[in-house]
Design a protein around this ligand. Structure first.
Ligand code: DUC
Ligand code: ZN
Ligand code: ZN
Length: 483
């Protein structure tokens, strides 16, 4: 009779393909058996009446990310951020190691690796490239070979944006050295122009943040990055898609067979631009980029999740305090919107919000929920088949959910170090009760059960989603060696 370290007994097991009544037997951190009436485990977890889901993979979250040239700091440490994520049913995170203009990638990465040693969850990094000089591009092959298989680029923000020529250089380097590219797509000059005009008119309160960056600035940049990626045949993922207009560009590209992937985030599914209207400076809590949109955009996002045009829901967790001199009010309690740090916190609430607003309200089904929160990000970023589903041999990264648990979101009960949540007071149905990583219980009965440092770095090798198609629009292959 096979002995297991742990058996999760009597739950409803859900994957992106199936729902089944089954026990899960775990041995040496991996799923060793899925079946009925499994033999006893050294530890038994009763999942009767509960759902057993793959642990969430949050493939876009800013955790203790170093910043330069700003008084704003990350409120979270790796410990607080990953603890918070674990309480929300997430088991792996992919966060960002930045490069700063004039600097290089490798020393920043080495310092960030040290910080990340406090992680409670398994983790991996995207490399942010803000200044693709030949020297910086020359660092990429070794770093990619080390397992940092994805690069993040920005089309806006003064400190980080690339022009189109630089975008092409990064896409080309990624293609040549087998890395994937993720993109923040907004038209920088259009935003700057609108911001200058709004400021001249004295319109600087938080609601004007959304006026300064309407959906068309997202649409234009999405269209442009798709064209640039097509030119040299490089698969990409577009981050935090917020608008119906943005989706229309992505849908068109996918229908043409291009390897264009895209994600959205709970803030765009759950909040609208109305959240920027709060009393006094309260609206600054909802300043994020792209900006919050209208109900019709939300409808388009839900439809795109159902259709598969949007394949991932990440948090874009941005751990900026609301109060204090190092948060959203760093430039004053009534700073113009252009001076307010962008982003909302959301590691812990990502899955409960999507479950409640998506599955419980019938907008997506359980299979779609698992796909966009775990299986798809695992496949898109090279963590599959180690992570992202429930199958024999995979890491036993699991979240055991009470689908009927009703909870009112309160920042005081979350585990991040940020002093607010934009979802304060929202009622949700469904919350993860127990989270396991590699078979070890990380969160149970409202307490963390592992020490900081339990998390492991996830090196990523080449994988199918990042493979180019081998199709060039001109017929000329810019990567062919001439002989
Ligand atoms: N937008 C970003 O581009 N990054 C962090 C947070 C945000 O809202
Ligand atoms: Zn971004
Ligand atoms: Zn981000």
């Amino acid at each position: 009779m096979q002995r297991f370290d742990t058996v999760i007994r009597g739950g409803t097991v859900v994957t992106a393909a199936d729902t089944m009544q089954a026990d899960i037997g775990i041995l040496n951190g991996a799923i060793a058996a899925i079946g009925r009436g499994l033999s006893p485990g050294a530890t038994e977890i009763d999942a009767g009446g509960l759902l057993v889901l793959p642990g969430g993979i949050d493939s876009h979250c800013h955790i203790a990310q170093p910043k330069r040239g700003t008084p704003v700091v990350s409120a979270d440490t790796f410990e607080s951020a990953t603890t918070s994520a674990a309480f929300g049913g997430t088991t792996s995170v992919i966060c960002f190691s930045p490069q700063f203009k004039g600097g290089s990638l490798t020393p920043e990465l080495r310092a960030y690796q040290e910080t990340a040693r406090q992680s409670v969850l398994d983790y991996s990094f995207h490399l942010i490239v803000t200044d693709p000089t030949p020297a910086v591009l020359g660092e990429l092959p070794a770093l990619i070979a080390e397992g940092h298989r994805s690069i993040k680029i920005f089309m806006t923000y003064e400190a980080s944006r690339l022009d189109d020529r630089q975008v092409l250089e990064v896409l080309a380097a990624a293609r040549e050295h087998a890395a994937f590219v993720t993109v923040h797509a907004e038209n920088h000059d259009a935003i700057r122009w609108m911001t200058t005009r709004l400021e001249a008119a004295g319109l600087t309160t938080p609601p004007y943040h959304a006026v300064s960056k309407p959906p068309l600035v997202e649409r234009e940049a999405i269209h442009r990055i798709i064209m640039l990626a097509e030119l040299l045949d490089q698969p990409i993922q577009i981050f935090h898609v917020s608008s119906a207009q943005g989706i229309s560009e992505i849908r068109r590209a996918q229908e043409r067979g291009l390897k264009i992937h895209a994600e959205t985030c709970p803030q765009y599914l759950v909040l609208t631009a109305e959240a920027l209207q709060g009393e006094g400076f309260e609206g600054a809590k909802a300043i994020c980029s792209p900006a919050l949109r209208e109900p019709a955009d939300q409808e388009a996002l839900w439809q795109a999740l159902r259709d598969g045009v949007l394949g991932v829901v990440s948090s874009d967790h941005a751990p900026t305090r609301f109060g204090g001199a190092d948060g959203k009010q760093a430039f004053g309690a009534h700073a113009p919107f252009s001076k307010v740090a962008n982003g909302v916190p959301g590691l812990e609430t990502r899955l409960p919000l999507l479950f409640s607003e998506g599955v419980v309200k019938g907008r997506i089904d359980l299979q779609q929920f698992v796909a966009v929160t775990a299986t798809n990000p695992a496949k898109l970023f090279g963590l599959y088949p180690r992570k992202g589903s429930i199958a024999i041999g995979m890491d036993a990264d699991l979240a055991i959910w009470d689908p009927g648990c009703r909870r009112r979101i309160a920042n005081a009960e979350l585990h991040h170090a940020v002093d607010y949540t934009p979802y304060e007071g929202m009622e949700v149905t469904g919350w993860p009760m127990t989270t396991l990583v590699r078979g070890t219980v990380v969160v149970q009965d409202g307490a963390r059960r592992v020490e900081p440092g339990f998390g492991r770095f996830l090196a990523r090798g080449p994988y199918p989603a990042m493979q180019p198609r081998g199709v060039f629009p001109t017929g000329f292959d810019p990567f062919a060696t001439t002989g």
